[in-house]
Design a protein around this ligand. Structure first.
Ligand code: FAD
Length: 446
């Protein structure tokens, strides 16, 4: 080991919302003294956590109709940590905006489904209300205007919705970590991890700016986490089906978030309309869901990394085929591909938008150029299923987080779980003040 190599107890690779939430938790709630955050970009959260990459929603599970009760229970607990963090630390609302939110049911079948869901979920979300068409109009006139008189709609509604600029949240986590001056918290920006190897007492991390040693390493690099896991022999049972999501912008026609009922077999949110985080003059519709062989939007060279990450064995290809040939998924994928076809695409997308705001016309919507991100959906090769939500691969003194939606909403809960694991890796002299963490950020009603 070269003598000038810096040594840390923990190295976090990836400075998105997950990496910065972990840095915040480690630096404020543990006695770990030497931590480094390594990020390849010049700033934190320029990837999926950037405000133009994702839907900016703090997901609780109340209006996400593809979440089961159990999943909603988990997500609510996790999202409450973020909610309590912003309420405490952002009195001027620079990180977030508060809007109402609703999920719309159109036609008899969806109305029945939503009414049943309301009965079932009331205990978990006592503030949810069922709105009639007339009541919807009071909050969202654009949803009712020009809708056929005989088209029945109802909505599940909550006053409490949070639209978050997750990059600003990441910057806040960072600030609150480095303010803790008794510790060594190093930030290595514009530093790309190339590979790593496990040595006797630590991992040696090779970057474009030299080598670093760390007893424990945590990857919070989105899709790349699986690439690094595989390079060390972990995560062989996982492959990735990457799903790009882009958005359309329209003039500010909605006052809050309006979701539509989601297809049960589909792990991504149905197209929804959201007021932009700090700009009510814009409404954003999306995201679309297009299967892609890239790890980052518009970066075509990442196709090579995707091939390595996906582990494109015959077995993986057969599992992909099995998943993609399921009727509901196939239909959904084809439809989303068509959204990109010139002339036809925008017209097809408009049909989805008009389910939410019937009065919008072609001239009102524009593809939001440069917006969008890629959701690394996890395929479990053992169960041959597409998994919902995040995955964590645990190795020897190393963790790998893969974070599709709602990974930004669950960042602090994920950080809490990682912190517990990290402390146990480091040994009995290391402590995590978990009670304090929950006391500061937890929701007593949970
Ligand atoms: C279209 C879309 C809509 C979404 N909507 C929502 C939503 O409304 N609500 C929600 O909660 N979630 C949403 N998500 C999911 C959410 O955006 C992600 O779960 C979250 O941003 C993941 O954060 P992360 O920090 O794990 O990853 P990222 O934000 O991707 O950060 C990973 C970081 O690792 C860095 N990195 C990668 N490789 C290296 C390397 N070799 N060396 C050093 N650094 C490296 C990258 O530069 C990046 O900064 C959405 C995602 C998409 C794509």
């Amino acid at each position: 080991m070269p003598g000038d190599r810096k040594n840390y107890e923990v190295a976090i690779v990836g400075g998105g919302i997950s990496g910065t939430a972990l840095l915040y938790t480690l630096s404020n709630y543990t006695n770990i003294q030497r931590i480094v955050l390594i990020e390849k970009n010049p700033e934190v959260a320029l990837g999926n956590s950037h405000k133009t990459s994702n839907s900016q929603t703090l997901h609780f599970g109340d209006i996400e109709t593809n979440y089961t009760f159990a999943k909603a229970q988990k997500v609510k607990k996790a999202a409450s940590l973020v909610k309590n963090y912003i309420l405490k630390n952002d009195p001027q609302q620079k990180i977030y905006s508060r809007y109402h939110k609703m999920v719309l049911a159109i036609g008899d079948e969806q109305i029945e489904e939503l009414k049943t869901r309301y009965q079932e979920f009331q205990t978990l979300f006592p503030n949810l209300k069922l709105l009639t068409k007339e009541e919807i109009e009071l909050f969202e006139p654009g949803v009712v205007k020009h809708r056929p008189v005989d088209e029945e709609i109802i909505a599940l509604f909550s006053e409490e919705g949070y639209t978050i600029d997750f990059q600003k949240l990441a910057q806040s986590f960072l600030q609150k970590s480095i303010n803790n001056s008794q510790k060594t918290i190093d930030l290595m920006m514009e530093t790309k991890v190339k590979h790593l190897e496990q040595q006797k007492e630590a991992y040696c991390i090779y970057t474009n700016r030299g080598e670093i040693a760390a007893k424990v390493v945590v990857f919070t690099t989105g899709a790349y986490s699986l690439l690094f896991a595989k390079s060390l022999g972990y995560g062989q049972d996982y492959a990735l089906l990457n799903v790009a999501g882009s958005f359309y912008l329209a003039p500010g026609i909605l006052n809050g978030k309006v979701y539509t009922v989601q297809l049960k077999e589909i792990p991504f949110a149905a197209i929804h309309g959201d007021a932009e985080v700090h700009d009510r003059s814009k409404t954003r519709f999306g995201p679309t869901a297009k299967v892609t062989p890239l790890l980052e939007p518009y970066k075509y060279t990442t196709i090579f990394d995707y091939v390595k990450t996906a582990g494109l064995s015959i077995k993986a290809l057969l599992v992909f085929l099995k998943i993609l040939s399921q009727k509901a998924i196939l239909k959904y994928i084809i439809k989303n591909f068509l959204y990109d076809v010139p002339f036809l695409g925008k017209r097809l997308f408009l049909k989805e938008v008009q389910k939410i705001v019937p009065s919008l016309q072609l001239k009102d919507i524009q593809l939001a150029r440069g917006y969008g991100g890629i959701r690394p959906q996890i395929v479990n090769l053992k169960t041959q299923r597409l998994e919902l939500g995040e995955a964590k691969i645990i190795g020897e003194n190393i963790l790998f987080n893969i974070t599709p939606s709602p990974g930004a909403s669950t960042c602090l809960q994920n950080a809490e779980q990682d912190t517990e694991k990290i402390v146990s890796f480091l040994g009995s002299e290391y402590k995590f003040a978990k009670d304090q963490f929950w006391q500061d950020l937890g929701d007593e009603q949970l």
